[in-house]
Design a protein around this ligand. Structure first.
Ligand code: L34
Length: 295
């Protein structure tokens, strides 16, 4: 039987509706407007597309939103200075520096410079450390989006065998930490596979829930998936351009083949991507409330 398609676009739409109401209420009752700045260095087409999506959503929700574009050759010092400016700007509750950064800039230094209380990306080591001990203030957006997709699609995670493919700091490691917490929407048995894993398929075939963030188009084929498994495809690969010049996207999962075997599967585009953007909005609303002393 063909898999149920889990629409990230639809779930993200529901959450945005909830957030829109919350933002209106914050404004009317408390005169608080969530403020978000997205800093984009250089002109990577994928980054431009994602940051544009974030700004568009922030505006739709009624945020105070700033897009700060910087040239590829910006020095680390100038970039750190900008972050400092936004750390001290009371209208800004969330600061996001879109990754990847150019090679001459030390990404870790930049992420360290963001005030953890405005780190709506959840990438600051303080926030990642808090996540590890189950005390997170801000969950990284893509992993949080994966968890929300599972919860809102009524997928039982407690006791489930979850296999994560990929060990990045922005997806693989944090999603593992989220799903193993002794909490609702988590409490899973989690295995991480990576480039050092022997016989990857022997692991992925055991998964009730397979989360793939490998950064490799169609890395997961149907023979690697258990019948009826829930497959969450985090990959967004640009594999070419259509005649009109639009990027052609594909995930890390061979969607056409795997959908015949899985119980449910997320598409690319329209799966995890829209959830990432929506979780950023959720974190920014939370930060605005924290800064206003409302939570
Ligand atoms: N700092 N850097 C920082 N924070 C992040 O959370 C990200 N990420 C990842 C890359 N760098 C980052 C994103 O924003 C990946 N990512 C992201 C965001 C949005 C989408 C995909 C990845 C998205 O909206 N994807 C759409 C298609 C968009 C398109 O056509 O280009 C989708 O439907 O999958």
């Amino acid at each position: 039987m063909a898999a149920k398609i889990i629409s990230g676009t639809e779930v993200a739409g529901q959450i945005r509706e909830e957030l829109r109401k919350e933002v209106t209420e914050l404004k009317e009752k408390h005169n608080v407007i969530p403020g978000l700045v997205t800093i984009l260095v250089g002109e990577n087409p994928a980054s431009i597309s994602y940051v544009t999506g974030k700004q568009k959503t922030a505006k739709e929700l009624g945020f105070y939103s700033l897009q700060d574009n910087q040239p590829d050759n910006i020095t680390e010092e100038v970039l750190l200075g900008l972050i400092d400016k936004y750390n001290n700007d009371p209208k800004i509750h969330g600061i996001l520096v879109q990754l990847p950064l150019p090679k001459h800039i030390n990404e870790t230094e930049v992420l360290y410079a963001i005030n953890p209380k405005k780190d709506v990306d959840g990438f600051h080591p303080v926030n990642l450390g808090k996540l590890m001990i189950g005390e997170a203030d801000y969950l990284p957006c893509t992993p949080a989006g994966v968890q929300q997709l599972l919860i809102r699609s009524n997928v039982e995670t407690s006791g489930a065998e979850v296999v994560v493919v990929g060990r990045s700091n922005i997806v693989g490691k944090p999603v593992t930490n989220i799903l193993l917490q002794k909490q609702k929407g988590a409490n899973a048995t989690v295995t991480i596979c990576h480039t050092g894993t022997k016989d990857m398929a022997s692991h992925t075939r055991r998964a009730d829930i397979l989360i793939v963030a490998a950064g490799k188009p169609k890395a997961i084929t149907a023979d690697m998936v258990k019948e009826g498994a829930i497959v969450i495809d985090v990959g967004v690969n640009r594999i070419g351009k259509s005649e009109s010049g639009k990027a052609i996207l594909c995930g890390d999962v061979d969607f056409e083949a795997v959908k015949e075997k899985a119980g449910a599967i997320t598409p690319v585009p329209g799966g995890v991507g829209p959830m990432t953007i929506t979780m950023l909005m959720m974190n920014t609303v939370k930060s605005a409330k924290v800064h206003a002393g409302l939570v």
